[in-house]
Design a protein around this ligand. Sequence first.
Ligand code: SF4
Length: 408
Amino acid sequence: MTTSIVQGPIVQGPIVQGPIVQGWCPGALRPMQSGDGLVVRIRPRAGRLTADQARGIARLARLHGSGLIDLSNRANVQLRGVTEASHPALIEGLRALDLIDTDAADEARRNIIVSPFWTEGDGTQEIALVLAKVLTSPEAPVLPGKFGYSIDLAKLSTLRTTSVDIRIEWHLSGWLVRGESFVTGAMVNTADAAASAVVELAEWFVANGGVEGGRGRMARLWQSESLNARHNRLPQRFQEGGAMSVFAQQPTPGTHTQGQLVGFEFGQMQAETLAALADLGPLRVTPWRMLLIEGATDAPQIPGLITRADDPMLRVIACTGAPGCLQAHAATRPLARALAAKLAAKLTETLHVSGCAKGCAHPGPAALTLTATPAGFALIRGGTASGTPARSGLSASDLTETLFRELP
Ligand code: SF4
């Protein structure tokens, strides 16, 4: 059966001076209009695509979209170039692959990022499935569209710098459920207990005024003393060290215990690449715009992958930019690509090129950010895309022909 599946508004808009903050993320059932068509965001269950699902997504991306596939910093998979006419058939295809929720509201609530370094039996998959069920039940608290969760049960946390609101982490004798930036949390040992502690924390967030105008983040409430006793456990590691241990930097491509981690230029690939990866095994999605090929022991020989940790393209982040994004003031990726080639080994920290001050591709600070404005690029050191520029009015050709010598 084919039905009209687009739920909620498809946002359209002209190129504007200031970025439009939507306050919600696109989904599959609630896609977002972009300069190259609808962006349809798929949320893989428990952060994993079976080989059949990945192959199916690749086929549907070619059939109903432009064939371009993005990986998002929310560990989701986005199909680009979908049209309003092709969207219903795409949703039916994705539903057959068990990748579609009951409705757009359930889809928006299932905002769970899973560490790709989980191991069989460590509780990650079980918690992810129970949590998704609880969050989409009719009794679940109504939370802002961007409210999210991480499940990070490997002994070395890799999601600590990923923006979420409630974290479930490995912690000595069990799992710790805590709000973002909170130093106390609830210790739990079962998936059900973890999910119920998450819901309690989310209900507390709502009761304490965390939601304002449909928005709000947990970190803003971190100094509150009104948490109940269950969530006020001061874990041993905090007691010993005073603060959380320092954890690993963003993982790099290559061999890991769980498989091969591979990157993509700007986190984007063609459908053919995804289909070829699916032939190697199930895929775990990550918030670093990389995929982990489960169980693979050798670096895949597929064109278009980043497989080396020293590849300068790993340190360059660029959003869609013009013409793909309606809000962009300039193209971003050609400039980012050219600067990466010129700077090569000199580029040791993150360079972020943003089509506007919104900074979608990298909301946090970067060593160097180039933000497109109506009056050229602004150069920001150590800040975000909306930070105070050290220089402004720069053209892309100035940057690639002469100014690159003064960077980073
Ligand atoms: S940051 Fe880039 S992708 Fe985001 S709205 Fe601005 S131009 Fe578009």
